[in-house]
Design a protein around this ligand. Structure first.
Ligand code: TXA
Ligand code: MG
Length: 313
């Protein structure tokens, strides 16, 4: 397709040029695809919010190549360094105190005192970040409240011709957005993801809680309906009717036209990778209702249940 660009030195150069002009491109990451813009530029950030139809009070994650770039923008602490060593680059986002002298646009972090940062692992986005003199604000590449994209063509599904440069990085390995951990104030999980509260607790040697009722501004993205295919979803179903799309997990479910198995082998990792693919497919098949079986609430299953719950509101 015309607006999808393969990973090559020539295309990375093109991407760089577009970003330097404060324009927006779509990029792959190992979690989901994102819309990327120069984090230092108010113009870029305004474009991102407009494209996504995103409420201005919902802050963006700033993506860096390594620690060096970050040090100008956030105050780091011991907990951060321990987690960084273990999990970055990777699917973990840290909320830290923003430095007063930071050049990151205050529009990008909704004028908060904190800033969310991540070091993505996907090689294509890492190559790009390495070559830039500024970090990138990268929210997921979906219209606000829709399901996140996990491959280049999903971005076209969301934005059509509005995004004319999509950097291809194959299918996102993880398929769910990063874990967001706040290290600003009490350590807690604001959004569950591939790196569970248990894994984080093990490194920090303490019990880490998952924020249940999102207070406004703490993680505004968690407030309302989100990650939604725009179809009513019923959770913890034991059975279904022939009309609804039935999302199942494990061996015991028979194949049928309306049955969508997250993982036949009962692997939660595989289920996470398939969730958004299946939700997008069901939406495109124009089902009017979705029934979902109970998904084990452990490891990345916690993140799957989190997204399903928010999608079902
Ligand atoms: O995996 C990911 O994180 C993807 C890829 C593209 O990197 N990005 C992503 O960004 O999911 P977005 O904008 O869709 O979600 C960012 C989340 C929101 O829930 C937002 O509220 C939260 O991070 N967030 C950002 N800055 C924050 C801050 N200063 N304090 C608390 N939460 C923050
Ligand atoms: Mg998002």
């Amino acid at each position: 397709m015309k607006n999808i660009y393969k990973n090559s030195p020539k295309n990375l150069n093109k991407a760089k040029k577009i970003l330097k002009k404060n324009n927006i491109i779509a990029v792959p990451t190992e979690t989901v695809y994102g819309l990327a813009g120069n984090a230092y530029s108010n113009i870029s950030i305004k474009k991102i919010y407009k494209l996504k139809k995103r409420p201005k009070k919902n802050p963006l994650i700033i993506h860096y190549y390594n620690l060096e770039g970050l040090k100008k923008d956030a105050n780091i602490n011991k907990k951060f360094l321990k987690l960084y060593k273990k999990f970055s680059p990777g699917p973990l986002t840290y909320v830290l105190q923003k430095k007063k002298e930071s050049k990151v646009s205050s529009l990008a972090n909704a004028n908060l005192k904190s800033i969310a940062i991540r070091f993505p692992k996907n090689v294509v986005i890492r190559n790009l970040l390495k070559q830039l003199k500024f970090p990138l604000a990268i929210p997921s590449a979906n219209i606000s409240s829709n399901v996140s994209p996990i491959k280049a063509t999903d971005v076209i599904d969301e934005f059509g011709k509005k995004i004319n440069f999509i950097l291809d990085g194959r299918r996102s390995k993880i398929g769910l957005e990063s874990t967001v951990v706040s290290l600003y104030g009490k350590t807690k999980i604001l959004r569950p993801g591939a790196i569970s509260h248990k894994k984080i607790g093990k490194i920090l040697k303490k019990k880490i809680s998952i924020l249940k009722k999102a207070k406004e501004l703490q993680s505004p993205g968690l407030l309302k309906r989100h990650y939604s295919p725009g179809i009513p979803i019923n959770l913890n179903c034991k059975k279904t009717d022939g009309k609804a799309a039935f999302i199942v997990f494990g061996k015991k479910y028979k194949k049928a036209r309306n049955v969508f198995n997250l993982s036949h082998n009962g692997s939660l990792k595989e289920a996470a990778k398939n969730l958004y693919k299946i939700l997008r497919k069901i939406k495109n098949l124009k089902y009017k209702k979705i029934n979902v079986v109970k998904i084990p609430n452990q490891d990345i299953g916690i993140a799957i249940n989190d997204r399903l719950k928010r999608a079902s509101r």
